[in-house]
Design a protein around this ligand. Structure first.
Ligand code: ZN
Ligand code: ZN
Length: 207
């Protein structure tokens, strides 16, 4: 599973708080947290040791927890990072956005490509076709997969159609129109307003 660690850095200590030593070190020491799914987190400590934290079980593989049964700085760090939105809660993992490297928190069972807020597309957005460079306007973001939607005229699925073979077959499809509708005396010419269907990963949101 593709999963991303939080940046290895100290966290600010809230002013005025008289923190217990372990809570203070959970913040002041640079640690990174890698969500593994199933409520497990791998914490890399300042000294580059890695420890496995089971958050819901309140367990850690470090000596402080194993020998003293303490709620160690690693368990505290995971809890702090979840509270502050730096690390996903149990049940979710962090994956890089398909179109940039920003970490996105998603359900750990989610297998579809994920997008950050900036790269998520909505109807009305302008996108660029990576194959042709054409600009299109999105009219539907479907939950149906490219290998489950047919292109009737071609007698195959969207995933199998032409250069779509270069893209993942198991991603959702997006309906989009070219900005070239023709208005005639009796209104819009229907054929000029055709909706084309693309695998989501073939389209990139226009920056
Ligand atoms: Zn620990
Ligand atoms: Zn992104």
């Amino acid at each position: 599973m593709n999963t991303t660690a939080s940046p290895k850095t100290p966290l600010p200590v809230p002013s005025g708080d008289r923190l217990e030593e372990r809570s203070r070190r959970a913040r002041t020491e640079p640690m990174s947290v890698l969500p593994l799914g199933d409520g497990l987190y791998e914490v890399e400590s300042a000294s580059d040791h890695t420890y496995l934290v089971d958050l819901e079980g309140g367990r850690c593989t470090c000596p402080d927890h194993v020998f003293r049964n303490a709620r160690c700085k690693h368990i505290r760090r995971v809890a702090i990072e979840i509270t502050e939105g730096r690390t996903p809660p149990p049940g979710e993992i962090a994956v890089p956005c398909h179109d940039c490297d920003v970490a996105v928190f998603v359900d750990e069972d989610d297998s579809e490509p994920c997008y950050c807020e900036e790269h998520t597309i909505w109807p009305g957005d302008t996108v660029v076709d990576r194959e042709t460079g054409d600009r299109l306007t999105v009219v539907d973001v479907s939950v149906l997969r490219a290998d489950a939607v047919r292109v009737d005229a071609a007698g195959c699925t969207v995933a199998e159609y032409g250069t779509n073979e270069n893209y993942e077959p198991d991603v959702p499809v997006v309906g989009a129109i070219y900005p070239h509708a023709t208005v005639a005396r009796h209104g819009v010419v229907p054929e000029s307003l055709k909706v084309y269907v693309f695998p989501r990963t073939r389209l990139e949101k226009e920056p």
